[in-house]
Every structure is written in C-alpha cells, then in structure tokens.
Ligand binder design. Structure first.
Ligand SMILES: [Zn+2]
Length: 379
C-alpha cells in the first residue's frame, strides 16, 4: 500500500519525536558492566478463556477468534509450569545460576457463583489459590510456584488484583449484554476487543480509563498485596501495571505498600483519556525514589505473525542491549506458556525460549542470571 503525501507528512512529527526520544534515551541511560538478563512475564493467575470446550461453544455461537491471540490464554496448569521449569532449569550462567523468570500475578478472579447469587448486583472475588484448586489441572500450582522460587528461577511479583474491568463488566451483566452473559456462563469475563470489535472490552483492566478514584485504586492495590502475601508468603517487591497504564498517584500507593520497583515499558501511559504518555529510560527514578525496570527485549511468539522468527528477533535485541551496556529485560506474556487451550503452541514457544537461552549463553558466556532482588539493587 502506498502512502499519500498527506499521510507521509502527518507521520514526520512522530518520526522526529521518536528519533529525538531515542537519542535522549541513549544519553541518559545508566550503563552496566555486567551483562544482566531477566525475563518479565505478565498475566499469571488470570482466568481469561476458561477451557478449550468454552472456546468451541463460543465459536459455534459465531464469534471469530482467528485474529484474537489472547483468546488462547488461560489459567496456567501444573503441566505448563513443569515444562517451563524444565527449560529454565536446563540453563545456567558461569556461576550456575538459572535464568530468573519474574511471573507477574493478578492474584484474584471473579467469584462467579457469588456474583450470580447476588443477581449481578454485587461483585465478589476469590484469591487465585482458590481458582487453582477448582480448575482442572491446576490444583498444585501454588506448591509448584513456591518450589520454582526455592529453585531460584521462578519469582512471583504483582500485576494487580484482577485483570478485569470490573465496573464495565458488572454493568454489562446487569444490562444483559450478549457476550458478557454468554461468557459469564462459561466462567469468563467477556471477550477480547478483536472478537467483539469494542476497544472498551471488559477483558482489560479498570486502570485503562482512570474512572477509579484514588481511594478505590488504593483499596484494590491494598487488597492485591494482602492476597499476594497470603498466597505466596511474602510481600511483592515490584509491580507492573495492567496494560502499562498507571499514574503518579498509583506510584504513591505502591510506595506506601513498600514497593520500590516498577516494571515498565519505555513508553507508558499515565492518562488514557488525555492520551498522555511518559517516557522512561534505564536508570530512571521518580521523585519518591522508586526505580523502573525497563523492558527492552521481547519474546512474544504467540503474538507474532511469523512466530518462527521470535527467537531470532529476541536474540538480536539481547545482543543490542549488551552492546549498549544495559540489562536485557525480556518481556514475555503468559500467553506464550499457556497450554490449556492449545498445548502445541506452548510447546513450540518453549522450544524457542530454549533456543534464546542457549544462544545467549553461547554468544555471551559472561551473561549473568541475577535474581530479581540482586537486579533491583543495581537499578
Ligand atoms: Zn496484563
């Protein structure tokens, strides 16, 4: 497709903006002697699509999932964790440390039974530990997560309370919205925007639109931290906002809860209504002393048009990070490791992850697989 002159000119300011940002970014970023690699993975603990059967029922109802990759994301199973652990446990740095996989958890899911009993008038949620116990193939997930942490390669951190736009979802249920009701009966919270052609899908988090007061956000984060503590036995040390949307008030709430590290993209949104972005660089800190872990490499085969290129692309990004003397922080969502719906995709992606780690160790024998705590100290 060719660009019209108007289209071309309209892109120039953006292009210049991006180039300037990149230049500033390189000048300001903190440099590291060590070649540090860490994987950050979001969405663990969330239900998303409840089962392969549920997806089939919805397909029969006429929903088209062909371009909606997140519809294949589902609650992790014991098998998903065991296979991922096999890959992580196979690789070591020069000191024998395994690669650190930071699994960012949404620690609650809707309590469908209680919500139905209230006639859709009252929202209730359950801790992820109960969701695991009631889900086929996930009963021992808590024990496995704790074992993964003990083996020093799988580290739970916080992604939020639930990955659902609660108010929008409850309104949709009360109003009898077709997809909300159909998915509720299958123990799901709506569908991805690519399926229902609605960017306001309940599938996403509440933080998207900033409709929550500071007090409500504070309550949600306080709840999330206390559930996290009861499930995993400790407080989280870092946080990643759903959909990379958070503002300075959220940072203050996190600080009050003892969270000093925020996982982030280079460009993060601080106000969805005003389309206001924030640009962060490696080594950035905010006014209240919190540090940012900036993602600069991406291993997302499940979201790529050509998933067979995912390993190659990620290896190149890791090379570039080390050339620039910054940590390689690999963003890789749970979707890539979720086998409840399509185990063959998980297996394909794990092979590619194995390749990324083998090749990185070969190309960079001095790579260091620090624990998140060691890495956070150095930020
Ligand atoms: Zn997420």
């Amino acid at each position: 497709m060719s660009l019209s002159a108007d289209n071309l000119f309209s892109r120039i300011p953006n292009y210049i903006h991006r180039r300037c940002f990149r230049m500033m970014d390189r000048m300001r970023e903190k440099k590291y002697q060590k070649k540090i690699l860490i994987i950050e993975s979001d969405d663990w603990g969330s239900i998303r699509t409840s089962s392969a059967d549920a997806l089939k029922i919805l397909q029969k109802e006429g929903y088209d999932f062909s371009s909606a990759v997140y519809s294949y994301d589902a609650l992790e199973t014991e098998e998903d964790l065991e296979l991922l652990f096999d890959v992580l446990g196979r690789h070591g740095d020069k000191l024998g440390r395994h690669p650190s996989f930071v699994a960012n958890y949404c620690v609650a899911n809707p309590d469908f039974k209680a919500i139905k009993e209230s006639g859709f008038r009252r929202y209730s949620y359950e801790p992820v530990s109960r969701t695991w116990l009631n889900a086929v193939g996930s009963k021992n997930c808590r024990e496995l997560v704790l074992a993964g942490r003990k083996r020093e390669f799988f580290y739970p951190e916080l992604h939020g309370r639930e990955h659902v736009h609660v108010r929008k979802w409850m309104n949709a249920l009360i109003q009898g919205n077709r997809s909300a009701i159909q998915t509720f009966d299958l123990e799901m919270c709506g569908l991805e925007f690519r399926v229902i052609r609605d960017f306001d899908s309940c599938f996403y988090s509440e933080h998207m639109n900033h409709i929550l007061s500071i007090e409500d956000r504070s309550n949600m984060i306080d709840d999330a931290i206390s559930i996290f503590q009861s499930v995993f036995g400790n407080k989280p040390e870092s946080y990643i906002a759903p959909n990379y949307v958070w503002d300075f008030d959220t940072e203050k709430i996190l600080k009050r809860n003892g969270i000093d590290v925020i996982q982030a993209a280079k460009v993060s949104r601080i106000d969805t209504a005003k389309h206001l972005n924030r640009y962060l660089h490696v080594g950035a800190r905010n006014a209240i002393g919190q540090k940012y872990s900036i993602r600069n490499c991406f291993f997302e085969p499940a979201s790529l048009k050509y998933p067979e290129l995912a390993a190659c692309k990620c290896i190149r990004e890791i090379d570039l990070s080390f050339d620039r003397h910054v940590p390689a922080v690999v963003c890789s969502h749970r979707l890539n490791y979720s086998g409840r719906i399509k185990p063959e995709l998980r297996d394909r992606n794990l092979k590619a992850l194995d390749e990324v780690l083998s090749e990185t160790c070969k190309r960079h024998p001095d790579v260091e697989f620090l624990s998140p705590q060691e890495y956070y100290e150095l930020l």
